[in-house]
Design a protein around this ligand. Structure first.
Ligand SMILES: *[C@@H]1O[C@H](CO)[C@@H](O)[C@H](O)[C@H]1NC(C)=O
Ligand SMILES: *[C@@H]1O[C@H](CO)[C@@H](O)[C@H](O)[C@H]1NC(C)=O
Ligand SMILES: *[C@@H]1O[C@H](CO)[C@@H](O)[C@H](O)[C@H]1NC(C)=O
Ligand SMILES: *[C@@H]1O[C@H](CO)[C@@H](O)[C@H](O)[C@H]1NC(C)=O
Ligand SMILES: *[C@@H]1O[C@H](CO)[C@@H](O)[C@H](O)[C@H]1NC(C)=O
Ligand SMILES: *[C@@H]1O[C@H](CO)[C@@H](O)[C@H](O)[C@H]1NC(C)=O
Ligand SMILES: *[C@@H]1O[C@H](CO)[C@@H](O)[C@H](O)[C@H]1NC(C)=O
Ligand SMILES: *[C@@H]1O[C@H](CO)[C@@H](O)[C@H](O)[C@H]1NC(C)=O
Ligand SMILES: *[C@@H]1O[C@H](CO)[C@@H](O)[C@H](O)[C@H]1NC(C)=O
Length: 560
């Protein structure tokens, strides 16, 4: 109804003709390695990145030039209406959004885009601590809950094509982060299924040498249980690819990459593309990407970017927005991309009937350039972690609301002190190379910290000073007085470490909340990964020295 009303106002068309012009956006599904419209024709992502750049503090700590804040573009209804004519002029059918705020209202933008036949690809990560850390990775309740909150906010819209569980988390020499991404895909996939959502589960990979890039692609779509199951596989692999510059050719720029993905088993696209090293950007790569050589392998791509974006390589973007946010000025890139996108006619083959369904092969074996274990981290278990937190003898009680960096430095300190006192931080650590995950590895960093503080406090005969941590810790008067209480609490609350299960919507439990108190609800668990045996690894202490980066580096929106 509202659609017809709006259209009448805008175009003054007779109501009868509207029935054919304004139709609900149709569902896109993956069959095997291709995407299809409801009518069985192939769907190609003809897209553009759509997010104003957040604050980027350039520093040695931030080699990827990642933003520390974000502006949720889907919460700004008038901006979406402002931009719609330009997105239509470009001819895009999809936009990629890197971070959204689940507590805001997105109705106006999502309807604006849905009515125009524009799908959204939504990244679930947020800047800083809202993404899987590529240096000290962990798949934990705080990230899972954030992802779930976003899905719950967007599941009512008909134009979410995919949710990305990460962007450029796994990098060269950092491939041990891959199990955490795969576990995220597994749990988000199960969650979407439990909600009856048909949105695809995606990941956007940084480009790199094929000796680990290709293994990552295969790992994200493999089945570690060798049962041809899709339960841990992504549906949509994105490659952030900036290989083509100037008036290049398929042979020069894409042939190698295209060949590497020729046998891939799920849908793939360029989650970012556009030259970044030698302007001007001609966008002639579009013809290659959507052409007969690449269409059998790729389902389109996302040009980077609509809004201005600055990186170490330069300044990019199709438009400028006036300071009062009302006016859009287009640039030459806009015109060139519009011309190129306007000329595309990608092949409509294979048709849906003849597409073969995916098989999910065994995972790549490890070697010098690919080190990821096929033993995945467990499903983050908020009930177990909250149970533990409420029982701990010494609790982290931050005096500031932006406590993330404090947690990192206190974990460093705590683990080092614990080591000197004869303890260790194995319970909170995880290792994607050995596939060993401590029983608290899935807990919120603040709970991990309280656990470390409690162990230290107990090893010091509950001397109140040992719970102070310069005013960051508070003795919990409700905690049991038994010896090794923290350890006992972990055993009782975390009765089934390593379990995987379908996560459920969890109301956010703030730090220090005295929630739970009983034993964790394990009735949903399956034991796919089995219990984890913990190694007595003194290197864990040294390894955890890197914990400080919890507050620093994250895996978000970057160029190349
Ligand atoms: C989301 O928006 C709310 C309301 O403006 C704000 O309080 C909150 O900090 C935002 N969250 C994030 C992660 O930016
Ligand atoms: C990755 O590790 C190898 C072997 O240690 C080293 O030669 C190479 O320089 C490293 N690459 C990066 C990008 O750090
Ligand atoms: C490791 O295996 C991958 C395939 O998964 C391969 O591409 C890569 O070249 C191998 N690396 C080495 C050092 O053999
Ligand atoms: C946006 O403004 C900047 C600064 O004036 C300029 O360098 C850039 O070319 C403009 N971009 C577009 C797309 O017009
Ligand atoms: C990130 O840290 C802030 C406090 O600095 C906290 O409010 C927020 O919940 C954290 N987010 C995640 C996903 O851990
Ligand atoms: C927390 O926020 C305050 C005020 O914005 C800022 O001065 C401080 O540096 C922040 N602390 C951390 C650890 O980020
Ligand atoms: C808490 O720990 C941080 C980091 O070590 C320290 O800077 C701060 O002074 C401590 N005390 C309080 C009350 O925040
Ligand atoms: C435990 O989980 C099961 C399965 O979702 C649910 O039916 C049950 O109500 C939960 N029990 C508690 C105490 O939360
Ligand atoms: C969950 O794990 C526990 C401990 O391994 C086991 O006893 C229980 O049967 C499991 N529950 C389900 C529903 O699989």
């Amino acid at each position: 109804m509202l659609k017809a009303f709006r259209a009448t106002v805008l175009f003054g068309l007779a109501a009868t003709s509207l029935l054919s012009t304004v139709q609900a956006i149709t569902k896109v599904q993956r069959v095997g390695r291709y995407l299809y419209n409801e009518d069985g024709s192939r769907f190609y992502i003809k897209g553009i990145a759509y997010q104003e750049q957040g604050e980027v503090v350039q520093s040695a700590d931030n080699p990827f030039g990642e933003p520390s804040s974000f502006i949720d573009p889907l919460s700004l209804g008038s901006a979406c209406s402002r931009d719609l004519p330009f997105l239509k002029e470009l001819g895009v059918n999809a936009i990629r959004i890197y971070s959204v705020n689940s507590s805001l209202n997105h109705d106006d933008c999502m309807k604006t885009f849905s009515d125009a036949g524009i799908y959204t690809i939504i990244d679930l990560a947020l800047p800083l601590n809202g993404s899987i850390d590529r240096v000290v990775p962990s798949w934990s309740t705080n990230i899972l809950n954030q992802y779930i909150a976003t899905i719950d906010t967007f599941s009512k819209y008909d134009n979410v094509l995919a949710y990305n569980v990460g962007n450029e988390v796994v990098v060269q020499n950092g491939t041990a982060a891959a199990p955490f991404v795969k576990a995220a895909a597994r749990d988000i996939k199960a969650y979407l299924k439990s909600k009856g959502s048909s949105a695809l589960v995606g990941y956007a990979a940084i480009n790199g040498a094929s000796n680990w890039r290709d293994a990552l692609a295969n790992y994200l779509s493999c089945d570690p249980s060798n049962a041809n199951s899709d339960s841990t596989s992504i549906d949509l692999y994105g490659l952030n690819d900036y290989e083509w510059c100037g008036d290049s050719t398929f042979q020069q720029s894409y042939a190698g990459t295209n060949g590497d993905y020729a046998g891939y088993n799920v849908a793939a696209y360029f989650s970012e593309f556009g030259c970044i090293t030698s302007p001007p950007r001609l966008w002639t790569e579009s013809a290659a990407l959507f052409g007969p050589q690449m269409a059998p392998v790729w389902s389109g791509g996302i040009a980077f970017s609509y809004f201005p974006a600055t990186s170490a390589q330069g300044q990019f973007g199709m438009v400028n927005i006036s300071s009062d946010a009302t006016t859009v000025t287009t640039g030459d890139d806009f015109d060139r991309l519009k011309t190129q996108y306007g000329q595309l006619s990608p092949p409509n083959s294979p048709d849906m009937g003849s597409a073969t369904s995916s098989s999910f092969p065994s995972c790549p074996s490890t070697n010098d350039t690919w080190v990821a274990s096929t033993n995945l981290p467990p499903t983050p278990n908020a009930a177990a972690c909250n149970c533990l937190e409420s029982t701990l003898t010494c609790q982290f009680t931050p005096s500031v609301s932006n406590y993330t960096a404090v947690v990192g430095s206190l974990l460093d300190t705590g683990c080092s002190l614990l080591g000197q006192a004869g303890g260790n931080c194995n319970d909170i650590g995880s290792n994607g190379q050995t596939g060993v995950y401590g029983r608290l590895s899935d807990c919120d960093p603040t709970i991990k910290l309280s656990f470390v503080m409690s162990q230290y406090y107990e090893l010091n005969n509950r001397n109140a000073q040992a719970c102070s941590f310069a005013g960051n810790g508070t003795v919990n008067p409700l905690a049991p007085s038994s010896s090794a209480a923290a350890n006992a609490a972990a055993s009782s609350c975390i009765s089934n470490p390593g379990a995987t299960f379908t996560p459920s919507a969890v109301s956010t439990s703030g730090n220090g909340a005295q929630s739970g108190g009983g034993s964790s609800n394990t009735s949903q668990n399956t034991t796919k990964n089995g219990a984890v045996s913990l190694v007595g690894d003194i290197n864990a202490i040294i390894g955890l020295g890197a914990m400080a980066v919890i507050g620093g580096i994250s895996a978000l929106w970057t160029l190349a």
